[in-house]
Design a protein around this ligand. Structure first.
Ligand SMILES: *Cc1c(COP(=O)(O)O)cnc(C)c1O
Length: 235
């Protein structure tokens, strides 16, 4: 199948899955946005998907934004950063994105703030929470998340707009669901304390577990392989 047809078919399937999950959860379809996780995907293929009506992408590496920038910079889309962010990349990432979803430690907050102050800018961010307990995953531990949210309040350059998490890598929805519930519960507590906005984004759910995430209240699902196929990291 031609690349464009494949991507079109995959996107149609994802939107159908989103719609069905929203219906089951008694939610409006427009409460959930699709972020295309575009790591390892070429600018050409990203543009095909954008041509089909998508308008939100997320990359995991600053390097990939740099490489694809010439091709993507003029598009009217929203760009997020969703990968582990090294402190020494804080300066570069703010050139490329509207929102950093993966803020998870105070050192990173300080570095971002320094740079944003220097440039006279501010940026949207989500706090990434490690709800799965997997060592390899980035994100602040749930029990430390509220203290970090409170600390971030002191930095005017960072606007906290939501929470993000990667669920447990399991095909069993009932294994993943508690991760999403942890995020929802932190959202509720953070809002009560006044550290999160009334409309708080919940970025949760990927190709494998988007239905479960939508059932639990996700407002952004981040989908890669179900749109673009399996990733080839060797490219
Ligand atoms: C790759 C990635 C995704 C998408 O994963 P798929 O399983 O390909 O849908 C979502 N979130 C993050 C943080 C990712 O790195």
């Amino acid at each position: 199948m031609e690349d464009l047809d494949l991507i079109r078919e995959n996107l149609a399937q994802i939107h159908a899955r989103m719609k069905a999950a929203c219906a089951r959860a008694n939610r409006n379809t427009n409460e959930v946005r699709l972020l295309m996780a575009t790591k390892t995907v070429s600018a050409t293929r990203i543009k095909l998907a954008i041509g089909l009506g998508e308008n939100l992408i997320g990359e995991n590496k600053v390097q990939e934004y740099t490489e694809k920038w010439e091709d993507l910079k003029d598009l009217a889309i929203e760009r997020h950063f969703i990968g582990h962010l090294q402190t020494n990349k804080a300066k570069d990432v703010i050139k490329y994105v509207n929102c950093i979803e993966s803020v998870d430690r105070i050192e990173l907050v300080e570095k971002l703030d320094q740079r944003l102050q220097y440039e006279g800018k501010s940026i949207d961010m989500y706090l990434e929470v490690n709800t799965s307990g997997e060592e390899s995953k980035s994100g602040v531990a749930p029990e430390k998340a509220l203290a970090l949210l409170q600390a971030i309040k002191n930095y005017d350059t960072l606007r906290v707009k939501g929470l993000m998490t990667i669920g447990l890598p399991s095909d069993d929805p009932e294994m993943v669901r508690p991760c999403f519930r942890t995020l929802v519960s932190l959202r509720d507590k953070g809002q009560q304390a006044g550290w999160l906005p009334d409309h708080c984004e919940l970025s949760m759910g990927m190709s494998r577990d988007m239905e479960t995430a939508i059932e639990e209240g996700s407002t952004i699902i981040r989908v890669g392989s179900a749109i673009f196929g399996n990733r080839n990291y060797a490219l």
